[in-house]
Design a protein around this ligand. Structure first.
Ligand code: TTP
Ligand code: MG
Length: 398
């Protein structure tokens, strides 16, 4: 049997929270991000609600352009603390469905539901229940859910009927689902690659799947082979819960390649904030800080620096991030993507929840016993073969 992966992504997350906290905003175009200063502002859009998207306003677009497109929109500053509070509520809820939960960003996570005891009945039913529970715990936010045999397909599926969507891709209908979709749905294919693929006569994902992999490798290098695999709906990447992760990172691809240093700095700080919050939520501290930069010609660079002392502090990470970024010479090129990561964790500092630890030590009896003893005291558990022999303290059972 194949896997059952859920991808859950909140709808217009920051803007939806603003609407939740201020119902007067409903029905109006809402843009969350930098201050537009009457069209002269610098920086970018964090997100826009669906009303504002009708004007073509998108995440990571210059705020000045958003203002030009819709000057009468309600422009609001980012309230990070509040959004993270809601994010934590949602992640805690999702964790009740499986410990194999991989948060990808503030409003998005993969769940491997294959062996989840919560998966009674058809996955679609559980997906519906999750959507309903998210609405309840947040006080009214909607999520879109994709259910599929792997991460790539689940992510495509969750995006397909946004907002408030639910799309299930059964294992035996992958081609039927995937092949009619435009190439832009493939990972890494954006505004710039799409025309290149189209010039080769490749408009749909099915077109890519029917091209020879050699041809794609010749044009795009090893990425071409990945494209071909994805076009066949193949993706073996496991869902990696944070407690198993080697690094925590977040990245943003800009709607258009950007040249505005201020917007780059704003984005790096946003990413550093997200990554360090995630570290703290998980009780992790890392020594190595990495910045990822993809330029307009797709060349991709990473720059890392290690600290003496592992950290989970925004101040430490953002300082190194900005330093690495300022030392990077982009030779006048525009920036397409920015990422921030922290790795090289100091394991002793992990403060896992008891259930996490149990899950991590599945199949390892010794660790489980150690764990229970640490938690509930030496005499709380005995191995089968030694039970009854040791000196019992307290009341003997039965
Ligand atoms: P997304 O899930 O990409 O966007 P969204 O939830 O606003 O809308 P959608 O319904 O299409 O999922 O990102 C989640 C939040 O992250 C978003 O509300 C704001 C923030 N964000 C930024 O601040 N900058 C960015 O470039 C992006 C993409 C998101
Ligand atoms: Mg979202």
């Amino acid at each position: 049997m194949g896997r059952i992966i859920f991808h859950i992504d909140m709808d217009a997350f920051f803007a939806a929270i603003e609407e939740l906290d201020n119902p007067n905003l409903r029905g109006k175009p809402v843009v969350v991000g930098a201050d537009p200063k009457g069209g002269k502002g610098r920086g970018v859009v964090s997100t826009a609600n669906y009303e504002a998207r009708k004007y073509g306003i998108r995440s990571a677009m210059p705020i000045s352009e958003a203002y030009r497109r819709c000057p009468h929109a309600v422009f609001l500053p980012v309230r990070g603390e509040r959004y993270h509070e809601v994010s934590r509520q949602i992640m805690a809820l999702l964790k009740q469905y499986t410990p194999l939960l991989e948060p990808v960003s503030i409003d998005e996570a993969y769940l491997d539901m294959t062996h989840s005891p919560r998966l009674f009945g058809p996955p679609e039913q559980v997906a519906r229940e999750i959507k309903k529970r998210i609405r309840e715990v947040t006080g009214g936010l909607t999520a879109s859910v994709g259910v599929a045999p792997n991460k790539f397909l689940a992510k495509v599926a969750s995006d397909l009927q946004k907002p408030d969507g639910l799309v299930v891709v059964p294992e035996d209908r992958i081609e039927e689902f995937l092949w009619p979709l435009p190439v832009g749905r493939l990972w890494g294919v954006g505004e710039r690659t799409e025309p290149i693929l189209e010039s080769l006569g490749l408009r749909t994902i099915g077109d890519v799947a029917r091209t020879s992999p050699e041809e794609l490798v010749r044009r795009f290098g090893s990425w071409g082979y990945q494209l071909w695999e994805l076009a066949h709906g193949r993706d073996n990447r496991p869902v990696v819960p944070t407690w198993k992760a080697k690094s925590i990172s977040q990245e943003t691809t800009f709607e258009r390649d950007i040249d505005d240093e201020e917007a780059m700095v704003q984005t790096l700080l946003y990413l550093a904030d997200g990554v360090t919050r995630q570290l703290r939520d998980e009780g992790l501290r890392g020594r190595t800080i990495t910045v990822k930069i993809r330029l307009e010609d797709f060349s991709t660079f990473t720059r890392s620096q290690s600290l003496e002392v592992p950290t989970d502090r925004f101040a430490d990470v953002s300082r190194v991030v900005l330093d690495l970024f300022r030392r990077f010479d982009r030779r006048g090129q525009r920036v397409r993507l920015l990422g921030v990561g922290v790795s090289n964790f100091e394991r002793e500092h992990r403060q896992l929840t008891f259930l996490d630890q149990l899950e991590e030590s599945r199949d390892r009896v010794d660790e489980i016993i150690d764990l229970v003893r640490r938690k509930f005291g030496e005499s709380s558990i005995q191995r089968g073969i030694t039970a009854g022999r040791g000196k019992r303290k307290g009341k003997a059972p039965g």
